[in-house]
Design a protein around this ligand. Structure first.
Ligand code: 6PG
Length: 479
């Protein structure tokens, strides 16, 4: 056995992860179902470190030092199960199987339990950062047992992104915790991108600005609180000119956003856990709406497809841009606050004991949602691990409060002019709902009691009550 670690599944992410390991001095066994892909990796990048080529899974397992660490980087679902089953036959108790794909955390829990029966460790690991991150330093979110982390942690910590000398890899918690946190990361990624898209849409419609002009606005924003990878690449994408037509690139791309499903999983899980992640949900549904081309065409014909254009006066231009920036920031804080609530709820439900502050640490670098303000999130949870909501942490409370007037003006403009901004407006509604003294939920309880005797609780007495709606005096009965 000559390899410290192995990677099976050498599509772009697996390939780059293997190269990252090799470049960091770990001799790495490489295997792929179609052998050609493995050979091309070794041929093209063999000089970057020590690759141990394996043509079969048996050879791959033989090449690994004990306890063996086998990273599986194949498609989520059936293909992952197939490789795990095959590996499990070849491995020995104490060995570790690591799934670095975007698996559903429930699958990870199931796999972990199944492999544990065979004495094997299974570590569902979230990896973010796309192709480049995998190669140069991703953000890594490992689940699984403490024991497996003792063997695996130092390797992952050394290949992960670093920010201020700190690694963007922390043991998230047992079994499915890593994949759960990666799922919520992706949900936040959906919300973040939807908010950016709405900001772009409003700037374009309101100012009548070109994509190149808007790119400059985003570049400016990237110098401040909003500084993040997604804002940076938004400027790049908006500034890009299509070589075929000479038009702005963004104008030649079909306006139907696709998804592989991690945002949908996030929303499904939040519904199960009863966590209102409205920003992520709106972002996911906005992608769905964009994809319904036939319905959109019919509605555009029935109602006219145009929204307001150029309604911002020249003299108000800078103020409008600043309003959109603040609305974006406040909505983004809401999306993260909701995402962290979701992680806390998952952690409680599944007994993971996830440290929210260190989750923010993992996301400071390497991942798609890396952003300057993750430092502030970490500080907020370090100062108070029991924060009821990130929104009320002093730093974020101040950021939201100082942006709320801008936020309202932007949503009012969007509604008046017919520019759809579901994530901006639902985030504002969430904020208003959360801070409200009395919600009309009281009326809903009354209705439920009226039509279905579902009972209600009173503000002035303990216990459940039911009103006898049919009797003339509407007598109350305590249950
Ligand atoms: C990451 C990304 C990565 C992938 C998304 C894309 O963190 O590196 O989240 O996992 O790019 O899954 O998701 P959609 O195809 O669903 O947009």
């Amino acid at each position: 056995a000559t390899a410290r670690i192995g990677v099976t599944g050498l599509a772009v992410m697996g390939r780059n992860l293997a190269r990252n390991l090799a470049r960091n001095g770990y001799p790495v066994a490489v295997h792929n179902r179609s052998v050609e892909r493995m050979k091309s990796l070794v041929a093209e990048h063999g000089d970057e470190g020590t690759f141990v080529p394996a043509e079969t899974l048996a050879e791959f397992v033989d090449a690994l030092e004990r306890p063996r660490v086998a990273i599986v980087m194949v498609k989520a679902g059936g293909p992952t199960d197939a490789v795990i089953d095959e590996l499990a036959e070849l491995l020995e108790p104490g060995d570790i199987v690591v799934d670095c794909g975007n698996a559903h955390f429930a699958d990870t829990r199931r796999r972990e339990a199944a492999l544990k029966e065979k004495g094997l460790h299974f570590v569902g690991t979230g990896v973010s950062g796309g192709e480049e991150g995998a190669l140069l330093g991703p953000s890594i979110m490992p689940g699984g047992s403490k024991e497996s982390y003792a063997r695996l942690g130092p390797v992952f910590e050394s290949i992960a992104a670093k920010v201020d000398g700190q690694t963007c890899c922390v043991h998230v918690g047992p079994d499915g915790a890593g994949h759960f946190v990666k799922m919520v990361h992706n949900g936040i990624e959906y919300a973040d991108m939807q908010l950016i898209a709405e900001a772009y849409d409003l700037l374009r419609a309101g100012l009548g600005a070109t994509p190149a002009e808007i790119a400059e606005i985003f570049r400016g924003w990237n110098e401040g609180d909003l500084e993040s990878f997604l804002i940076e690449i938004t400027a790049d994408v908006l500034a890009h000119t299509d070589h075929r037509t000479g038009k702005p690139f963004v104008d030649v791309v079909q306006d139907q956003a696709e998804q592989k499903g991690t945002g949908r999983w996030t929303v499904q899980s939040a519904l199960d856990l009863g966590v209102p992640i409205t920003g992520i949900a709106e972002a996911t549904f906005a992608r769905s709406l964009s994809g319904h081309a036939d319905q959109r065409a019919a509605a555009a014909e029935a109602f006219g497809g145009e929204a307001g254009a150029g309604w911002v006066k020249d003299s108000d231009r800078d103020a409008f841009i600043e309003d959109v920036r603040k609305a974006l920031y406040a909505s983004k804080v809401v999306a993260y606050a909701q995402g962290f609530d979701h992680i806390r709820a998952g952690s409680q439900e599944y007994g993971w004991d996830i440290d929210l502050g260190s989750t923010a640490t993992i996301w400071r670098g390497g991942c798609i949602i890396r952003a300057r303000f993750l430092d502030r999130i970490r500080e907020s949870y370090d100062a108070n691990p029991d924060l009821p909501s990130l929104l009320v942490a002093p730093y974020f409370a101040e950021a939201v409060a100082s942006g709320v007037d801008s936020w309202r003006r932007v949503v009012v403009d969007a509604v008046r002019e017919g520019v759809p901004s579901p994530a901006f407006s639902s985030s504002l509604a969430y904020y208003d709902g959360l801070r409200r003294n009395r919600l009309p939920a009281a009326l809903i309880q009354g209705l439920r009691d009226n039509f279905g005797a579902h009972t209600y609780r009173r503000v002035d007495a303990e216990g459940s009550f039911h009103t006898l709606w049919a009797t003339p005096d509407k007598a109350e009965q305590a249950e």
